[in-house]
Design a binder for this molecule. Structure first.
Ligand code: MRU
Length: 342
């Protein structure tokens, strides 16, 4: 498979290192505005992660790695505190902790800011390579002419480029295995409607938007053969935390005989976490449910519960695709065979 940007429909980059600052495509404003935010300090990077300027598990890890470089340039003595603030930015995506652990190990060897920058660049480059590999592995599982449903945004916007689940979709469309792409809108933050549809249109991949609530009905019509999603943390037994709504897609898929694929780099696998019960689920402000784009849609005085991830049990997953290989019907033993015991 040719990985050139044109052939692989992959033209967007959301995290750009500019030598003295980190430039982030502001995902709060897409698709209305393509605006970049420049972060010159590690605390600005931590804030950008918290505010969802940059989001998606691998992209959060990459941004945080560059945040460590900025911290090392600012004030080497304050590096440990800066790392702790970056680590606390969001709790569920383990790629954040994984990238910071990796940067911390390099810093502990006494590396200067240039060596830390080389490590951050390696994290970014490896993510892109992993995505292209997962694209090949995941697309190979899909029979020619299939329809797929995806959730949230797992594309170039959420990674170093190409994407995880969206990488499989890019590769599957290029290889003419995927004939139809459906994107769930992904309430309440609308990553699917605002980001995935924009990204796919930008890269000339035809996609059809569906309301989240339309997923089971879509499956019942026979138009999709696979649900393909990303992950924020995969536990040692294969339980997978991903964007809220993923779990109900897996239940509906099993009911309809639709296959369910999780696509994530090994940096998303957390063998130190035994099962999904041990994964912290981020709760965000109820304000995300009370309105959209500054318009209040819910009566004042209402209350709301806003968990932004859920856990899909391994038993509902047909394949976990990583750059190290595919784990079919994941369980603790099959995960350990690829990733080693914790
Ligand atoms: O809250 P977000 O937008 O950061 O959540 C993103 C997701 O849940 C993605 O599916 C996941 O991070 C994988 S991105 C390749």
């Amino acid at each position: 498979m040719n990985p050139s940007p044109e052939r692989s429909h992959d033209t967007i980059r959301a995290v750009l290192w500019r030598g003295d600052r980190l430039r982030l495509l502001d995902q709060r404003l897409l698709p209305r505005e393509e605006t970049y935010v420049d972060c010159r300090t590690s605390d600005e990077v931590a804030q950008a992660i918290r505010d969802l300027v940059v989001r998606g598990a691998p992209a959060i890890g990459i941004a945080a790695a560059w945040g460590v470089v900025l911290a090392a340039r600012q004030d080497r003595a304050g590096l440990a505190a800066a790392l702790a603030r970056l680590r606390a930015a969001r709790p569920t995506a383990v790629n954040l902790m994984w990238a910071l652990d990796r940067m911390q190990r390099v810093a502990a060897r006494g590396a200067d800011a240039d060596a830390l920058a080389a490590e951050a660049q390696a994290i970014q480059d490896e993510d892109l390579a992993a995505n292209r590999r997962m694209g090949e592995l995941g697309a190979a599982l899909i029979a020619p002419g299939s329809g797929v449903l995806t959730h949230c945004n797992t594309g170039s916007l959420a990674t170093a480029g190409f994407g995880t689940a969206l990488g499989v979709i890019r590769a599957g469309v290029s290889a003419e295995r995927i004939a139809r792409v459906f994107a769930g809108e992904t309430r309440p933050w609308l990553q699917g409607a605002r980001l995935t549809v924009w990204e796919l249109l930008r890269d000339a991949i035809p996609a059809t938007l569906v309301a989240d609530a339309a997923a089971a009905h879509l499956m019942s019509t026979g138009q999709v053969q696979w649900v393909v999603v990303g992950a924020d943390r995969i536990a040692a037994n294969g339980d997978t935390a991903n964007k809220i709504g993923t779990y109900q897609l897996a239940i509906a898929a099993r009911h309809h005989g639709v296959k369910f694929m999780v696509v994530a780099p090994s940096s998303t696998v957390d063998m130190a976490t035994a099962s999904g019960r041990d994964i912290e689920i981020e709760l965000r402000s109820p304000d995300e449910l009370f309105g959209y784009a500054g318009q209040r849609t819910v009566v004042e005085g209402a209350s709301a519960w806003n968990p932004v991830f859920d856990v899909t049990p391994a038993a509902l997953i047909d394949a976990i695709v990583t750059e190290r290989g595919v784990v079919e019907r994941p369980d603790t033993a099959r995960m350990a065979a690829v990733f080693g015991a914790a």
